[in-house]
Design a protein around this ligand. Sequence first.
Ligand code: PEP
Ligand code: MG
Length: 755
Amino acid sequence: MRGAPAGPRVLLRRLREIMAEPIGAQDRLDKTVQQIAANMVAEVCSVYVLRSDGVLELYATEGLNREAVHHATLRVGQGLVGTIAEEARALNLPNAQAHPAFQYLPETGEEVYSSFMGVPILRAGRTLGVLVVQNKAHRNYSDEEVEALQTTAMVLAETIAAGELSTLARPGTSLDLKRPLSLTGVALCDGVGLGHVVLHEPRVVVTALIAEDAEREMQRLDEAIASLRLFVDDMLSRDDIGIEGEHRDVLEAYRMFANDRGWVRRMNEAIRNGLSAEAAVEQVQSDTRARLQRSTDPLIRERLNDFDDLTNRLLRVLMNKQHGPSASDLPKDAIIVARTMGAADLLDYNRERVRGLVLEEGGPTSHVTIVARALGIPAVSRAGNVVSMVENGDAIIVDGSVGEVHLRPSAELESAYVEKVRFRARRQEQYRLIRDLPATTRDGHRVTLLMNAGLMVDLPHIAESGAEGIGLFRTELQFMIAAKMPKLSEQKAFYRSVLETVGNRPVTFRTLDIGGDKVLPYMRLAPEENPAMGWRAIRLGLDRPALLRAQLRGLLHAAAGRELRVMLPMITELDEIRQARALLDKELEHLKHHGHRPPDKVLLGAMVEVPAMLWQLDGLAQVADFISVGSNDLLQFMMASDRGNMQVAGRFDPLSRPFLRALRTIVRAASAARVPVTLCGEIAGNPLSAMALIGLGYRSLSMSPTAIGPVKAMARSLDAGRLKRTLDALLDDGAAYDGMRGALTRFAETEGVPI
Ligand code: PEP
Ligand code: MG
């Protein structure tokens, strides 16, 4: 730094004093630019702040015409200042006028200044404004000077984020940081939630930006990085992490960053300029984030997440902070915002206070989604890079009915949503009125509506929804959220409390459907190329009979003196049912032999979710007491379309001719063989598809509890006979007719069936 080797440090100290002075926002900003200009021996120092309309407005200047303040503006991408904002990168020009992007703003009187140095004002990778210094003479600003200006910009970023500058906004304008923003993602769980952002992994807030003793700060940083490296190496050498796999890739990326000399060098440089170790980590993170974010390469963008995690971990080491949310300061209307989240993490929050969930990653059948649905939490995923767009406490609306997220909504939008919530509540009230009535169609067909469950938290819904029983109890969910394999005694107690809670209503327990995307954290399975079609569910159960037998034993004990219904997932050949029945009989013998009371009746059923079952339906009656159609898996295997892959998951319509024909084949065969049949996939919970299922002949459907009201209202206003005739005619017509969904929708509309 010219003439002042300790320049940046002195400047930061002065800025800290200015920040603490009891003066107005404009005075503070004016003093700040004066100070920066003086310290950097520049004739001009200006601050441009990004407005919500994408315009950069001059908020303060030393050296340019004062009248231009709050008048001179540039759009993002326009002129040098706009280019810096757009590219989030510094510009250092000895001859600014020669730059192709140069644009002269007459009101500022800047024509006399040749050299120009500008840096973006960044926060969490977002551009909030631009800081510029200018000199008359041609001058080459050194790299150190650019870094010093970047450090200074960080202090300004804090000032802008703190909110004081909002008071300076001209009427009708507002700062970009507080801009209302709507994001469209994927609807995961129905419902609408209004509340305030709670970042699942909050950014660590660095409070001490500036430090006097650079040596000490560098040492602190050194120690923190050393402990971070140790942590990563330790994780990599642990043998419970497979040799391959995503987990390892992430750790390798961590190691790469942790050992990156450039990264460490830049943080040390920021400390030399006067920042504390924490602030240095944050500055370099912000800068790196801004650059990586602009990359179109998805692999690089993925690395961005790893980099963020690593930096956050480093900040936590430096600040001695624990990981994870603190339950105590959860607002009453918390909307949890996270990049990704495990099912168990969500269960850690106080349900009473959670109004919604927004994720950047996660599909409709991911574990956290299943738990959110069980808890009745409206949820949206794939909501862009929402985590970097919000601050803790920002107002937010989650609309899980259409997959929208509204950040910092306008008053109009908020009141529209309050109305929407009221409307939904009124509808819920209507569903409550029919809760205890049967789902009988207008022409007298009785349809049984059951609910899907898997956790204790699901059980109160049985009474609230009016479900007639549990048609699918996914036992693996309890295993997935446990820290270790549940013991036999724990399983018994759990199944018993399920049965006690539901009273005399039937419960169909499905044996463990693990493998595929349903991983148990404590069970190591070899990586598979196609896990959904791999070693999962009954395949794993029969190959590792100890696990399946323990579960059957637990179930038999729990159902002493009552009916037990057990269902087998992913059945592909009938012999699998025979083998499972042999295990079940053995366990029953064992139970009786030890003098325990057996269930009054044991029924063994099979899921129909592998297409091969369609050609074995005639033999099913001999081996299975009942069947249940798993339309989620059946659809993914019939259409060869991965249900967990968002790129293809919605590509093929379950209400298409081939799929509806397959479903009709199943229900007809089951009726002919007098085998009771239920359908328990997600389509049972959608009124339009549930209507189609009734038309095909299904009389028992199992769905998420919130769907029971809407499906019952639909069923009670349906003429099932008329629908059957219409649907059969459409399905039997060999001529290509693909608009099944359209035809069904029209039928509902003409008949006044609410869908
Ligand atoms: C299905 O596949 O439709 C089903 C109900 O089971 P799961 O969603 O648990 O695979
Ligand atoms: Mg399935």
